[in-house]
Design a protein around this ligand. Structure first.
Ligand SMILES: Nc1ncnc2c1ncn2[C@@H]1O[C@H](COP(=O)(O)OP(=O)(O)O)[C@@H](O)[C@H]1O
Ligand SMILES: [Mg+2]
Length: 330
């Protein structure tokens, strides 16, 4: 659905996006994760035809973003990082206006306005002044604008930034709902945001793709697999427990230690989730189990790991620069 090949963007000597390639299949929901300044917004502006690339191509549903920009804009709903809203307009007026800008007829703009306001849960605020809305509601208006052309693709740039935790949950739920029937690229510098919404993640760091895969794949590549955490109530014969656990079939390693309160914590790694076998052993030995849980390595760890590796490859201060003859900043 989206095909990005060798995409680059320079601002003066600064290479903000450096030769990135990726594809989004129809219906995929992909998180675009990276620290501030990584190049997420620049990439998204190029995908949606708002910023010409310095090099490379973007195709949306087969249409080239430069050569067929109208066809592309008809297919992509874009929520920019800071939504330009007109505070003195009423919500519905703003949407009519935006619909007309996108080439809808007057009647069609009105019809679509009703549909999208319903969709984002703002139908009853249609006549409110935009300036009187909460930040979360304004973000919904931005989403409504993005939905106007009935797009198959949504490109959402930090849709929950600046919202309070409750608004954040609401907008997140709405995005999850919207992504059921669409292809979505969603950027954030907040990890849990992406973790909760996107099965696949592209991590961008200093204009490069540092990782691209499903959360499970990325975590596995990290050397991952999960482990079972078993906590036993005192009194515990630690060495005995360790030996018994290690002797179980499927167990590869056991780390066991006494906690300050005298209980014992064990991390058991092996072939998958061994909670059943561990529970049975604890029962047979008469151990009192305080916790028996499957611990999944998180994207958080992965993110830190990647950021750390990249820091070593390209230490801060050695940001790659294009030759001085590069075109001027936009
Ligand atoms: N219009 C611009 N002119 C000059 N530099 C820019 C412009 N837009 C972005 N940049 C630079 O490009 C880099 C990437 O920015 P951006 O794409 O906004 O990152 P992100 O969205 O990941 O925070 C940053 O170093 C930023 O300062
Ligand atoms: Mg940004």
């Amino acid at each position: 659905m989206i095909d990005v090949q060798h995409l680059s963007r320079r601002f003066g000597p600064h290479l903000a996006v450096d030769d990135i390639s990726f594809r989004l299949e129809r219906g995929e929901v992909v998180g675009f994760l990276g620290p501030n300044g990584a190049g997420k917004t620049t990439t998204m502006r190029m995908l949606t035809g708002f910023l010409p690339p310095s090099g490379g191509t973007v195709r949306v549903d087969g249409f080239d973003v430069l050569k067929d920009s109208l066809a592309v804009r008809a297919r992509i709903g874009y929520l920019p990082e800071s939504v330009p809203l007109y505070r003195e307009l009423r919500v519905q007026e703003m949407l009519w206006f935006q619909g007309r800008l996108r080439g809808l007829s007057r009647a069609e703009a009105r019809r679509r306005t009703g549909v999208v306001l319903e969709r984002v849960g703002l139908a009853e605020r249609a006549r409110s002044l935009i300036g009187c809305l909460s930040k979360g509601q304004r973000q919904r208006v931005g989403l409504a604008v993005a939905l106007l052309p009935e797009p198959e693709v949504l490109v959402l740039d930090e849709p929950t930034s600046g919202l309070d935790p409750l608004q954040r949950l609401e907008v997140r739920a709405l995005i999850r709902e919207l992504s059921k029937e669409r292809t979505v690229l969603l950027s954030s510098h907040i990890l849990p945001e992406i973790e909760a919404t996107c099965p696949r993640v592209i991590i961008l760091q200093r204009g490069h793709i540092a990782a691209d895969g499903t959360q499970t794949e990325l975590v596995a590549r990290l050397g991952g697999g999960g482990f079972v955490r078993l906590e036993l109530a005192r009194p515990v014969e630690l060495e005995r427990a360790r030996t018994d656990l290690a002797a179980l079939s499927g167990v590869h390693s056991v780390e066991a230690q006494l906690l300050a309160d005298g209980n014992a914590a064990c991390e058991v790694r092996g072939e998958g989730d061994l909670r059943g076998a561990l529970g049975a052993l604890a029962h047979a030995r008469g151990w009192t189990v305080r916790e028996l849980s499957w611990q999944r390595p998180t994207l958080e760890k992965l993110f830190t790991h990647i950021a750390f590796e990249l820091e070593h490859e390209h230490p801060a201060g050695s940001v790659r620069a294009a030759p001085p003859s590069a075109e001027g900043a936009a």
